[in-house]
Design a protein around this ligand. Structure first.
Ligand SMILES: NC(=O)C[C@H](N)C(=O)O
Length: 352
Protein backbone atom coordinates (compact mmCIF):
# COMPACT_ATOMS: atom_id res chain seq x y z
CA UNK A 1 0.00 0.00 0.00
CA UNK A 2 2.83 2.36 1.02
CA UNK A 3 4.67 1.50 -2.20
CA UNK A 4 1.52 2.19 -4.21
CA UNK A 5 1.14 5.60 -2.55
CA UNK A 6 4.69 6.73 -3.30
CA UNK A 7 4.34 5.46 -6.89
CA UNK A 8 1.19 7.63 -7.17
CA UNK A 9 3.09 10.61 -5.79
CA UNK A 10 5.87 10.15 -8.35
CA UNK A 11 3.32 9.98 -11.18
CA UNK A 12 1.52 13.13 -9.96
CA UNK A 13 4.81 15.01 -9.56
CA UNK A 14 5.91 13.94 -13.02
CA UNK A 15 2.61 14.96 -14.58
CA UNK A 16 2.76 18.29 -12.77
CA UNK A 17 6.29 19.07 -13.94
CA UNK A 18 5.49 18.05 -17.53
CA UNK A 19 2.40 20.30 -17.46
CA UNK A 20 4.39 23.16 -15.90
CA UNK A 21 7.19 22.76 -18.43
CA UNK A 22 4.67 22.87 -21.26
CA UNK A 23 2.76 25.79 -19.75
CA UNK A 24 5.93 27.74 -19.03
CA UNK A 25 7.00 27.66 -22.67
CA UNK A 26 5.63 30.49 -24.81
CA UNK A 27 3.35 29.65 -27.74
CA UNK A 28 4.84 30.87 -31.00
CA UNK A 29 2.95 30.70 -34.28
CA UNK A 30 4.92 30.62 -37.54
CA UNK A 31 3.57 32.09 -40.76
CA UNK A 32 5.57 30.80 -43.71
CA UNK A 33 5.81 32.71 -46.99
CA UNK A 34 8.72 31.02 -48.82
CA UNK A 35 12.07 32.64 -49.64
CA UNK A 36 15.55 31.16 -49.75
CA UNK A 37 15.15 29.78 -46.22
CA UNK A 38 12.73 27.35 -47.93
CA UNK A 39 14.83 27.16 -51.10
CA UNK A 40 16.37 24.07 -52.68
CA UNK A 41 19.26 23.76 -55.12
CA UNK A 42 20.71 20.88 -57.11
CA UNK A 43 24.15 21.29 -55.55
CA UNK A 44 25.27 22.01 -51.98
CA UNK A 45 27.99 24.35 -53.20
CA UNK A 46 26.51 26.20 -56.17
CA UNK A 47 24.61 29.48 -56.07
CA UNK A 48 21.68 28.47 -58.26
CA UNK A 49 18.48 27.40 -56.51
CA UNK A 50 14.72 27.95 -56.41
CA UNK A 51 13.20 29.87 -53.49
CA UNK A 52 10.08 28.85 -51.56
CA UNK A 53 10.07 25.05 -52.16
CA UNK A 54 10.16 23.55 -48.67
CA UNK A 55 7.09 23.49 -46.40
CA UNK A 56 7.24 25.01 -42.91
CA UNK A 57 6.85 21.57 -41.28
CA UNK A 58 10.09 20.40 -42.93
CA UNK A 59 11.92 23.58 -41.88
CA UNK A 60 10.86 22.99 -38.28
CA UNK A 61 11.82 19.30 -38.40
CA UNK A 62 15.35 20.41 -39.31
CA UNK A 63 15.65 22.32 -36.00
CA UNK A 64 14.26 20.04 -33.23
CA UNK A 65 15.91 22.30 -30.60
CA UNK A 66 13.13 24.83 -31.19
CA UNK A 67 10.77 22.56 -29.21
CA UNK A 68 12.87 23.21 -26.10
CA UNK A 69 12.16 26.94 -26.13
CA UNK A 70 8.58 27.23 -27.38
CA UNK A 71 5.41 25.39 -28.30
CA UNK A 72 5.43 26.02 -32.02
CA UNK A 73 2.55 25.86 -34.46
CA UNK A 74 2.80 26.88 -38.08
CA UNK A 75 0.91 27.52 -41.28
CA UNK A 76 1.85 28.23 -44.87
CA UNK A 77 0.53 31.55 -46.20
CA UNK A 78 2.23 31.53 -49.61
CA UNK A 79 5.28 29.81 -51.08
CA UNK A 80 7.06 32.51 -53.07
CA UNK A 81 10.41 34.14 -53.58
CA UNK A 82 9.96 37.53 -51.92
CA UNK A 83 10.83 39.24 -55.23
CA UNK A 84 7.16 38.42 -55.98
CA UNK A 85 5.78 39.93 -52.76
CA UNK A 86 2.63 41.99 -53.22
CA UNK A 87 0.08 44.16 -51.40
CA UNK A 88 -2.45 41.31 -51.07
CA UNK A 89 -0.01 39.13 -49.11
CA UNK A 90 0.85 42.12 -46.89
CA UNK A 91 -2.83 42.75 -46.15
CA UNK A 92 -3.42 39.04 -45.48
CA UNK A 93 -0.44 38.89 -43.11
CA UNK A 94 -1.39 42.05 -41.19
CA UNK A 95 -5.02 40.99 -40.74
CA UNK A 96 -4.09 37.45 -39.76
CA UNK A 97 -1.44 38.58 -37.26
CA UNK A 98 -3.90 41.02 -35.65
CA UNK A 99 -6.42 38.20 -35.21
CA UNK A 100 -3.81 35.72 -33.92
CA UNK A 101 -2.30 38.15 -31.41
CA UNK A 102 -5.70 38.88 -29.86
CA UNK A 103 -5.64 35.27 -28.62
CA UNK A 104 -4.35 34.72 -25.10
CA UNK A 105 -2.80 31.41 -26.19
CA UNK A 106 -0.43 33.02 -28.73
CA UNK A 107 2.60 34.87 -27.37
CA UNK A 108 4.44 35.79 -30.55
CA UNK A 109 4.68 35.39 -34.31
CA UNK A 110 7.58 34.38 -36.54
CA UNK A 111 7.32 34.98 -40.28
CA UNK A 112 9.63 33.07 -42.58
CA UNK A 113 10.24 35.31 -45.58
CA UNK A 114 12.59 35.88 -48.49
CA UNK A 115 15.25 38.49 -47.87
CA UNK A 116 14.77 40.55 -51.06
CA UNK A 117 11.74 42.45 -49.76
CA UNK A 118 11.89 41.49 -46.08
CA UNK A 119 12.58 45.06 -44.99
CA UNK A 120 9.42 46.27 -46.76
CA UNK A 121 7.15 43.58 -45.30
CA UNK A 122 8.66 44.17 -41.85
CA UNK A 123 8.04 47.91 -42.10
CA UNK A 124 4.48 47.42 -43.42
CA UNK A 125 3.70 45.17 -40.44
CA UNK A 126 5.48 47.59 -38.08
CA UNK A 127 2.87 50.17 -39.08
CA UNK A 128 -0.21 47.90 -39.17
CA UNK A 129 0.11 45.29 -36.39
CA UNK A 130 -1.94 46.38 -33.37
CA UNK A 131 -0.20 44.45 -30.62
CA UNK A 132 2.90 44.74 -28.45
CA UNK A 133 3.56 40.99 -28.67
CA UNK A 134 6.72 40.12 -30.64
CA UNK A 135 6.50 39.74 -34.41
CA UNK A 136 9.80 38.56 -35.93
CA UNK A 137 10.74 38.11 -39.59
CA UNK A 138 13.44 35.66 -40.57
CA UNK A 139 14.98 34.33 -43.76
CA UNK A 140 18.22 32.97 -45.09
CA UNK A 141 20.79 33.84 -47.69
CA UNK A 142 21.65 30.22 -48.49
CA UNK A 143 19.06 27.64 -49.55
CA UNK A 144 18.20 24.77 -47.22
CA UNK A 145 20.28 22.37 -49.34
CA UNK A 146 23.51 24.44 -49.15
CA UNK A 147 26.62 23.62 -47.15
CA UNK A 148 26.43 25.78 -44.01
CA UNK A 149 22.84 26.79 -44.70
CA UNK A 150 22.06 29.78 -42.46
CA UNK A 151 18.30 29.07 -42.26
CA UNK A 152 18.22 26.61 -39.31
CA UNK A 153 20.13 28.84 -36.85
CA UNK A 154 18.29 31.93 -38.10
CA UNK A 155 14.94 30.17 -37.51
CA UNK A 156 16.03 29.05 -34.04
CA UNK A 157 17.16 32.60 -33.19
CA UNK A 158 13.91 34.06 -34.53
CA UNK A 159 11.86 31.76 -32.27
CA UNK A 160 14.15 32.67 -29.33
CA UNK A 161 13.51 36.35 -30.12
CA UNK A 162 9.74 35.95 -30.46
CA UNK A 163 9.60 33.89 -27.25
CA UNK A 164 11.57 36.41 -25.18
CA UNK A 165 9.70 38.76 -22.82
CA UNK A 166 12.32 41.42 -23.62
CA UNK A 167 11.10 41.54 -27.24
CA UNK A 168 7.70 42.95 -26.21
CA UNK A 169 6.83 46.40 -27.56
CA UNK A 170 10.01 46.72 -29.65
CA UNK A 171 8.11 47.05 -32.95
CA UNK A 172 8.33 44.41 -35.66
CA UNK A 173 11.77 42.79 -35.65
CA UNK A 174 14.08 41.07 -38.13
CA UNK A 175 16.30 38.30 -36.73
CA UNK A 176 19.11 37.50 -39.14
CA UNK A 177 22.60 36.10 -38.65
CA UNK A 178 22.63 36.71 -34.91
CA UNK A 179 21.36 40.30 -35.03
CA UNK A 180 17.98 41.65 -33.94
CA UNK A 181 17.06 44.61 -36.12
CA UNK A 182 14.17 47.06 -36.01
CA UNK A 183 11.81 47.08 -39.00
CA UNK A 184 12.11 50.85 -39.48
CA UNK A 185 15.89 50.93 -39.75
CA UNK A 186 16.90 47.59 -41.21
CA UNK A 187 18.09 47.39 -44.82
CA UNK A 188 19.34 44.56 -47.01
CA UNK A 189 22.91 45.73 -47.63
CA UNK A 190 24.54 42.91 -49.55
CA UNK A 191 23.25 40.75 -52.41
CA UNK A 192 24.85 37.48 -51.22
CA UNK A 193 26.42 37.81 -47.76
CA UNK A 194 24.77 36.14 -44.73
CA UNK A 195 25.42 39.37 -42.77
CA UNK A 196 23.26 41.26 -45.22
CA UNK A 197 20.76 42.85 -42.82
CA UNK A 198 22.10 45.92 -41.09
CA UNK A 199 20.75 49.21 -39.83
CA UNK A 200 23.23 51.62 -41.40
CA UNK A 201 21.76 54.78 -39.86
CA UNK A 202 21.18 53.64 -36.31
CA UNK A 203 22.57 50.16 -35.69
CA UNK A 204 20.98 46.88 -34.60
CA UNK A 205 18.65 46.82 -31.57
CA UNK A 206 20.39 43.77 -30.15
CA UNK A 207 21.56 40.24 -30.78
CA UNK A 208 20.84 36.60 -29.99
CA UNK A 209 23.51 34.44 -28.43
CA UNK A 210 23.28 30.89 -27.05
CA UNK A 211 19.49 30.95 -27.06
CA UNK A 212 19.15 34.33 -25.27
CA UNK A 213 18.34 37.83 -26.48
CA UNK A 214 20.38 40.91 -25.58
CA UNK A 215 19.03 44.38 -26.39
CA UNK A 216 21.14 47.55 -26.48
CA UNK A 217 18.63 50.11 -27.73
CA UNK A 218 15.01 50.78 -28.71
CA UNK A 219 13.60 52.81 -31.57
CA UNK A 220 12.03 56.21 -30.88
CA UNK A 221 9.91 55.96 -34.03
CA UNK A 222 6.20 55.19 -33.69
CA UNK A 223 5.13 51.63 -34.41
CA UNK A 224 2.46 48.94 -33.84
CA UNK A 225 0.26 50.04 -30.92
CA UNK A 226 1.10 53.75 -31.46
CA UNK A 227 0.47 53.62 -35.20
CA UNK A 228 -2.61 55.36 -36.65
CA UNK A 229 -2.73 53.07 -39.69
CA UNK A 230 -5.41 50.40 -39.71
CA UNK A 231 -5.87 47.83 -42.47
CA UNK A 232 -8.85 46.01 -40.92
CA UNK A 233 -11.27 47.18 -43.61
CA UNK A 234 -8.82 47.60 -46.50
CA UNK A 235 -8.80 45.27 -49.50
CA UNK A 236 -6.27 47.22 -51.59
CA UNK A 237 -3.62 49.89 -51.12
CA UNK A 238 -3.23 53.16 -53.03
CA UNK A 239 -0.91 52.86 -56.05
CA UNK A 240 2.52 54.36 -55.35
CA UNK A 241 5.59 53.96 -57.58
CA UNK A 242 9.29 54.74 -57.38
CA UNK A 243 11.35 56.74 -59.88
CA UNK A 244 15.11 56.11 -59.68
CA UNK A 245 17.09 59.16 -60.78
CA UNK A 246 20.42 59.34 -62.61
CA UNK A 247 22.52 61.70 -64.68
CA UNK A 248 20.68 62.69 -67.88
CA UNK A 249 17.34 61.18 -66.79
CA UNK A 250 14.62 62.24 -69.23
CA UNK A 251 11.06 63.33 -68.54
CA UNK A 252 9.55 60.35 -70.37
CA UNK A 253 10.73 58.08 -67.54
CA UNK A 254 8.27 59.84 -65.22
CA UNK A 255 5.38 61.20 -67.31
CA UNK A 256 3.58 57.81 -67.60
CA UNK A 257 3.08 57.96 -63.82
CA UNK A 258 0.85 60.99 -64.22
CA UNK A 259 -1.81 59.09 -66.18
CA UNK A 260 -1.83 55.57 -64.80
CA UNK A 261 -3.62 55.81 -61.51
CA UNK A 262 -0.61 56.57 -59.34
CA UNK A 263 -1.61 58.40 -56.16
CA UNK A 264 1.99 58.90 -55.09
CA UNK A 265 5.50 59.02 -56.52
CA UNK A 266 8.65 58.28 -54.54
CA UNK A 267 11.61 60.03 -56.11
CA UNK A 268 14.83 58.11 -55.39
CA UNK A 269 16.93 61.19 -55.92
CA UNK A 270 20.62 61.85 -56.07
CA UNK A 271 22.42 63.13 -52.96
CA UNK A 272 20.05 64.65 -50.41
CA UNK A 273 17.04 63.79 -52.59
CA UNK A 274 17.94 66.19 -55.37
CA UNK A 275 15.89 66.30 -58.57
CA UNK A 276 17.24 66.60 -62.13
CA UNK A 277 16.02 69.67 -64.00
CA UNK A 278 14.67 67.40 -66.78
CA UNK A 279 12.09 65.84 -64.46
CA UNK A 280 11.48 68.66 -61.98
CA UNK A 281 8.54 70.03 -64.06
CA UNK A 282 6.98 66.55 -64.26
CA UNK A 283 7.04 66.26 -60.48
CA UNK A 284 5.51 69.73 -60.02
CA UNK A 285 2.83 68.73 -62.59
CA UNK A 286 2.17 65.63 -60.48
CA UNK A 287 1.51 67.88 -57.47
CA UNK A 288 -0.88 70.00 -59.57
CA UNK A 289 -2.80 66.79 -60.30
CA UNK A 290 -2.94 65.96 -56.58
CA UNK A 291 -0.33 63.16 -56.78
CA UNK A 292 1.88 63.13 -53.68
CA UNK A 293 5.63 63.43 -54.27
CA UNK A 294 8.13 62.17 -51.67
CA UNK A 295 11.81 62.95 -52.06
CA UNK A 296 13.97 60.05 -50.91
CA UNK A 297 17.51 59.19 -51.97
CA UNK A 298 19.40 56.51 -53.84
CA UNK A 299 22.28 57.10 -51.36
CA UNK A 300 22.22 54.21 -48.86
CA UNK A 301 22.86 56.19 -45.65
CA UNK A 302 21.80 59.49 -44.14
CA UNK A 303 18.44 61.26 -44.15
CA UNK A 304 16.77 63.10 -47.02
CA UNK A 305 16.21 66.37 -45.20
CA UNK A 306 13.65 69.14 -45.46
CA UNK A 307 14.63 72.31 -47.31
CA UNK A 308 18.22 71.54 -48.21
CA UNK A 309 18.65 72.29 -51.94
CA UNK A 310 14.94 71.82 -52.69
CA UNK A 311 12.30 74.17 -51.25
CA UNK A 312 9.78 71.52 -50.18
CA UNK A 313 7.24 74.02 -48.82
CA UNK A 314 7.20 75.86 -52.16
CA UNK A 315 6.59 72.72 -54.23
CA UNK A 316 4.58 70.81 -51.60
CA UNK A 317 7.00 67.91 -51.67
CA UNK A 318 7.59 65.61 -48.70
CA UNK A 319 11.11 64.71 -47.47
CA UNK A 320 11.52 61.02 -46.55
CA UNK A 321 13.92 61.57 -43.62
CA UNK A 322 15.72 58.25 -42.95
CA UNK A 323 13.38 56.07 -45.01
CA UNK A 324 14.89 54.64 -48.17
CA UNK A 325 12.74 54.68 -51.34
CA UNK A 326 11.17 51.23 -50.83
CA UNK A 327 10.19 51.99 -47.23
CA UNK A 328 9.01 55.48 -48.20
CA UNK A 329 6.64 53.75 -50.61
CA UNK A 330 5.20 51.63 -47.78
CA UNK A 331 4.60 54.66 -45.55
CA UNK A 332 3.15 56.77 -48.37
CA UNK A 333 0.69 54.01 -49.34
CA UNK A 334 -0.55 53.82 -45.75
CA UNK A 335 -0.50 57.61 -45.32
CA UNK A 336 -2.71 57.94 -48.41
CA UNK A 337 -5.33 55.71 -46.75
CA UNK A 338 -5.75 58.54 -44.21
CA UNK A 339 -5.12 61.83 -46.02
CA UNK A 340 -3.77 63.60 -49.12
CA UNK A 341 -2.59 66.61 -47.08
CA UNK A 342 1.16 66.86 -47.79
CA UNK A 343 1.84 68.61 -44.47
CA UNK A 344 0.19 65.78 -42.52
CA UNK A 345 2.09 63.26 -44.64
CA UNK A 346 5.36 65.09 -43.88
CA UNK A 347 4.44 64.73 -40.21
CA UNK A 348 4.07 60.97 -40.68
CA UNK A 349 7.50 60.82 -42.30
CA UNK A 350 8.93 62.72 -39.31
CA UNK A 351 7.31 60.36 -36.79
CA UNK A 352 7.38 56.87 -38.31
N1 LIG B 1 17.78 35.24 -49.81
C1 LIG B 1 16.55 35.27 -50.30
O1 LIG B 1 15.62 34.94 -49.60
C2 LIG B 1 16.37 35.76 -51.72
C3 LIG B 1 15.12 35.33 -52.39
N2 LIG B 1 15.10 35.80 -53.75
C4 LIG B 1 13.87 35.87 -51.72
O2 LIG B 1 13.81 37.00 -51.36
O3 LIG B 1 12.93 35.17 -51.59
Amino acid sequence: MKQFKSFGLVVVTLLFSVTMAFAAKPNIHILATGGTIAGTGSSATGTSYTAGQVAISALLDAVPEIKDIANVTGEQIVKIGSQDMNDQVWLTLAKKINELLKRADIDGIVITHGTDTMEETAYFLNLTVKSDKPVVLVGAMRPSTALSADGPLNLYNAVVTAAAKESKDKGVLVAMNGLILGAQSTVKMNTVDVQTFQAPNSGALGYVLNGKVFYNQVTLKKHTTQSVFDVTHLNALPKVGIVYSYSNIEADMVTPMLNNGYKGIIHAGVGNGNIHQNIFPVLTDARQKGILVVRSSRVPTGPTTLDAEVDDAKYQFVASQELNPQKSRVLLMLALTKTTDWKQIQQYFNEY
